[in-house]
Write a protein that binds this ligand. Sequence first.
Ligand SMILES: [Zn+2]
Length: 364
Amino acid sequence: MTDDALNPAPELQFLEDYLNTPAPTGLEMDAQRLWAAYIRPFTDEQHCDAYGSTWALLRAEKEDAPTLMLDAHADEIGFSIRYIDDNGFVRVERVGGSDVAIARGRRIRFLGADGDVFGITGNTAIHIRDDGDKAPKLWDLYVDLGCDSREEVEALGLRVGDVGVYCDGPLMLNEGRRLVCRALDDRLCGYILAETARRLHEQKIRPAWNIVFANTVQEEIGCVGAGMLAFRLQPDAAICLDVTHATDSPGLDKGRYGDVRLGKGGCLAFGPVCHPNLNARLELLADKHGIPLQRETTGRATGTNTDQVYRSRGGVPATCFSLPLRYMHSPVETADMADVQACIDLLTAFITALSAEDDFRHKL
Ligand SMILES: [Zn+2]
């Protein structure tokens, strides 16, 4: 990471490597192996399922303890190759919610059969473009791989269905205060989970519950991996970590989108999906330990893995705990490192405070 490039702390070196590893939805395994290797010394078991959702278990001090699932998602948005034309230009399909409005004039890295293949998304000059400042249609976007024919593209090891992500790697702003990168959604929350495991390990805390640190796949196309994993693990409670929109950059109406800021801590969602007993415990602990915590509301679905986890089987008390993020689904997603620490602090406090008798379900 630019500011800390010389002799970075091991955790920041992991974060840099993790961010530099592409993990478009459906192709998460390289990133998952890196994440699993980092969390391994801090946990008792590591596993992955058929589609790549990866989890690490920190066993409770006693047997037959309840299980807490902490979830983040490993996948990121991207583009897949839909069509290669006779002149070697490539048309794309979106993988997840890629923003076509900002897709022109970018560097892109395809995961080809023989390794990385670099290209750029073409950007016809504004002087000779018909549509002026308007966003292109998805099918007007094209990738230039420096080739003049379909055969040349295929010779580079690319075919229909191969997937690419932007090349943008991490950049620190303001002396390490804020981190910029593509895919902070949700790689930074996977980092928060791994760092929480490290904190517990270093403090020699053996929790009263089994703690599952889950890095699930395929969130960007409908929160799929988290649903599979919640079904498998049947947790007794779950906290799902994702990013939420910070509304403190110019042009955002707080009356419409709420007031969420960088540097004011993690953000807890309130609404029907988010279990009030879990939220009450998290707020109590934030207050007790002086950990900054913000609030937001979602009247129905949260748009995160929480939506799939809470309705698994007979229902799982779950909540949505988010990291504020500017410029979501762009190559310059921006988060505050103090918020990352505040999330680690609150999760550590929550796990440490759990007792074997805790039960977050409603009762008559
Ligand atoms: Zn996300």
